[in-house]
Design a protein around this ligand. Structure first.
Ligand SMILES: Nc1ncnc2c1ncn2[C@@H]1O[C@H](COP(=O)(O)OP(=O)(O)OP(=O)(O)O)[C@@H](O)[C@H]1O
Length: 301
């Protein structure tokens, strides 16, 4: 069980002064990736040379469609295999571990399309998340009394989380009757059943109405303030700017930029990633100023 899950956030801003450069070293990285690659046939979906995720921070992972964000989440969380590279979590080399093993170490992910089971109740979904993520299936057979104690503890934790996420009144409803937004809340609550140190959230706000988006944002920042490390994929830039401590940008499988949220919009590599490099080609190919200088591309403004 990760002991530091409820570690209070340092009042210092540890990312202040970290250079906004792709692959930059962080003062206290929890997750460190090196040379991670994943290809599908001829398409290299991910090729990240180096990425560090700062402990206790909210990091947004952004990039255009098909940039490789979900694939990177899948690989690191053990839901997919990498073709190459390695990564460590909390100083432990964990490349190639299964999703169960990663969850036991404290790294849990949620999915773009929620994975709640429609024909189970909200509470059953929560309990299953604890069992499934922690790989405790053998316990009931081997040690019934101990298991009953654990089950009570799991239910207590589930009820606590359902209360926190305003889902308590839906506890005994089938998950299939929940709205899209409520399912997103349940997905986040389920992830927390494993008492993770870090959560990877894949588009946690997608398809959620504005009121519920605000509620989810509040929950995510509260998790960070309680010491959890959060990395999330998001397309809505208002959300990214609103809650991120740091932003990492992918394009074509690569990490093309990193930095504090306010620097990202001004970064040329990010503009290129979203608009396509050709957006400034007319200026770059032969258009000269009075002094005869050709404007260069690819630089940060
Ligand atoms: N299982 C798969 N088989 C074949 N190609 C895949 C598979 N999964 C992803 N890809 C391809 O890999 C590339 C990266 O996809 P990925 O879903 O990781 O991007 P993304 O940045 O998460 O995109 P989005 O923001 O649209 O979700 C895309 O070209 C995608 O079509």
């Amino acid at each position: 069980m990760p002991a530091d899950a409820a570690r209070p956030r340092s009042p210092l801003a540890p990312l202040d002064g970290v250079a906004p450069e792709p692959g930059v070293r962080k003062p206290d990285p929890l997750l460190v990736l090196d040379g991670v690659t994943r290809a599908f046939g001829g398409l290299v979906a991910v090729r990240v040379d180096h990425l560090e995720v700062q402990r206790g921070a909210i990091t947004a992972l952004i990039g255009p469609n098909g940039a490789g964000k979900t694939t990177l989440f899948n690989v690191v969380s053990g839901f997919d295999r990498a073709d190459g590279g390695r990564w460590s979590f909390d100083g432990q080399p964990l490349s190639g571990r299964s999703a169960h093993q990663m969850a036991r170490r404290g790294l849990v992910r949620t999915f773009q399309l929620t994975r709640t089971l429609a024909r189970l109740t909200v509470l059953e979904n929560m309990k299953l998340a604890a069992v499934g993520q922690r790989g405790e299936r053998l316990l009931p057979a081997l040690l019934p009394p101990l298991w009953r104690g654990q089950e009570r503890e799991i239910e207590r934790r589930a009820d606590e989380l359902l209360e926190r996420f305003q889902l308590a009144r839906l506890r005994d409803d089938y998950a299939g009757t929940l709205s899209g937004g409520q399912r997103k809340l349940l997905e986040l609550a389920r992830a927390l059943m494993a008492q993770p140190v870090m959560v990877l959230l894949d588009e946690p706000m997608a398809g959620v109405n504005p009121a519920l988006t605000q509620s989810l944002l509040g929950h995510i920042t509260q998790l960070r303030d309680e010491g959890l490390t959060v990395c999330f994929v998001e397309h809505d830039m208002d959300v990214v700017m609103g809650i991120s401590d740091w932003v990492a940008v992918m394009a074509g499988g690569r990490l093309v930029a990193e930095g504090p949220p306010h620097t990202i919009g001004r970064n040329r590599a990010v503009v290129d990633a979203y608009l396509g490099k050709q957006h400034d080609e007319p200026e770059a190919t032969g258009e000269t100023g009075e002094a005869g200088e050709t404007r260069e591309t690819g630089e940060e403004e």
